[in-house]
Design a protein. Structure first.
Length: 227
């Protein structure tokens, strides 16, 4: 693994998972809607905003408080997993531009990792399903940190694992919560919103990219145009 020496460019890249590398943020609203439909409740955009990008325990606790549910987090987590796995079998896909960007970063010798609020079994399953697991030097999950996003801990840990100051780490995120974590860590943050997250406030980020194929993003990462 080679860490580029050019101090003017990020030396490594940390990717969020859901909604950034893979299209699971498109699936989550359907999972939440089904979970709440069974309880006579509605999953609306405000609740999605309150849950998006947070560790599952925090997200489900938010759902319980929002609707005054009597279920435990553990019960909702088991049910969520059952619904979600069934949908993954037919709907999981890499986000537009994800695989070509990873190819270009690998060719340029730029190290990459995943830093997600999801649990490790889920994160590794999703990456394996899309044959992406071997693309990353390491995968950080909710189990690797004490406090989840928007706390900066996960991105400070990612920079440390690479042996870099956070200012040399590029953080790619689709959500406001994730971008706040990267900014608080002192990283170079790029928002790549899609779908629902286009409504989010990305104040402070270096760039709001159209997708992972955005030439401006590739330029910021030191990838030559058309290479």
């Amino acid at each position: 693994m080679t860490i580029p020496d050019d101090a003017g460019r990020p030396a490594a890249v940390a990717f969020d998972l859901d909604g950034l590398l893979v299209n699971t943020e498109e699936i989550y609203p359907d999972v939440g809607a089904e979970l709440l439909r069974r309880r006579g409740c509605r999953f609306d955009d405000d609740l999605l905003d309150a849950m998006m990008g947070r560790p599952q325990t925090v997200a489900l606790t938010t759902m319980i408080r929002w609707h005054g549910l009597s279920d435990s987090v553990e019960t909702l987590a088991r049910e969520t997993r059952e619904i979600f796995v069934g949908l993954l079998d037919t709907r999981l896909a890499a986000m537009p531009g994800a695989v070509p960007l990873l190819d270009r970063l690998a060719a340029a010798g730029v190290a990459c990792c995943v830093a997600t609020s999801s649990a490790p079994d889920y994160a590794h399953d999703v990456l394996a399903r899309l044959a992406l697991a071997d693309r990353f030097a390491f995968v950080l999950t909710a189990h690797d940190v004490t406090t989840g996003k928007p706390d900066p801990e996960i991105y400070r840990l990612a920079a440390s694992r690479f042996g870099l100051p956070p200012a040399r780490l590029a953080v790619l995120e689709d959500s406001q919560i994730g971008c706040r974590a990267g900014l608080a860590a002192g990283a170079v943050v790029v928002a790549v919103p899609a779908g629902h997250s286009r409504r989010h406030d990305f104040t402070g980020v270096r760039l709001v990219a159209e997708s992972l194929a955005d030439p401006q993003l590739h330029g910021l990462l030191g990838l030559a145009p058309g290479a």
